[in-house]
Design a protein around this ligand. Structure first.
Ligand SMILES: [Fe+2]
Length: 266
């Protein structure tokens, strides 16, 4: 698994905060900075996914991924115009949507969404580095993103709401309501949601390629692990021990993750 150094984690975090400073203004910026302050400890080490073969599955992967999607969305938006598309959104709206499309992956107000997988078999055989925290409410990542933004009083306009809501495209069946529409009068009135979905999808595929390249030296081992993962059939779900939601548990979980990653350097 890729491991970022503490300096790399902090550099990426500062890049994200700088992007917020440079892109937004007034009350929206103020509220966003409050939100980022609240999630700081958790967000810096959050992964973007839970399985090794998925995208940016390592501590710090979340921040890396959203920055990557912002960069990709700006490029996709330019390409869309270049090939004849009509750009009916501002760069601020585009950056806002890209930056927050996965916000629900940091968890809710009390606890994180991904927690380290402590089952050795699942880690080794299924490549599950992180697992979902079943202690928090079951919600779509994008629904939780919109909940968090409204909790912190961040104004989200209609274009941004739709772009965040359908950012998983047709990978989320619920999005067929918005994206698989055969009556033109009901189709999306602006195409920024497509740009965000294409950018997220493209960035995710590129992140997978990056992971494969990094593991070139361990190619054989990786290929056999991938084929194990593809062929495995999973039986009963294992019960996870109950965890309490309190600050002490949260602090100790973050500390455990840091200790695991950085040992004496943390
Ligand atoms: Fe994403």
């Amino acid at each position: 698994m890729k491991q970022l150094t503490e300096n790399q984690l902090l550099d990426n975090w500062n890049k994200l905060l700088q992007l917020v400073e440079d892109t937004f203004e007034g009350e929206r910026k103020e509220k966003l900075l409050e939100m980022y302050k609240f999630f700081e400890d958790r967000m810096i080490v959050a992964p973007a996914s839970g399985k090794e073969e998925y995208h940016y599955c390592y501590a710090g992967g979340y921040v890396n991924h959203v920055l990557h999607v912002v960069e990709t969305a700006l490029e996709v938006s330019k390409t869309y115009e270049k090939v004849g598309g009509y750009k009916d959104w501002t760069d601020e709206e585009l950056i806002f949507s890209a930056l927050h499309h996965d916000l629900g992956k940091v968890g809710d107000l009390t606890a994180e969404y991904y927690i380290p997988q402590d089952n050795d078999w699942r880690r080794k055989t299924l490549g599950e580095v992180f697992t979902h925290n079943t202690e928090i409410d079951n919600m779509r990542v994008t629904d939780r993103a919109l909940f968090i933004l409204q909790h912190f009083g961040v104004k989200v306009n209609l274009k941004e709401t739709l772009a965040i809501k359908v950012s998983d495209g047709l990978y989320d069946e619920a999005n067929t309501y918005y994206m698989k529409v055969f009556d033109a009068s009901r189709s999306l009135k602006n195409h920024m949601p497509y740009i965000i979905h294409w950018a997220d999808h493209m960035a995710t595929q590129a992140e997978f390629d990056e992971w494969k390249r990094e593991d070139e030296d361990n190619k054989e081992e990786m290929e056999s692990r991938l084929s194990n993962i593809k062929n495995i059939s999973i039986g009963k779900k294992e019960k996870k021990p109950k965890q309490k939601h309190n600050d002490k548990v949260m602090e100790s979980k973050h500390q455990d993750l840091f200790d695991e990653l950085f040992g004496d350097n943390s």
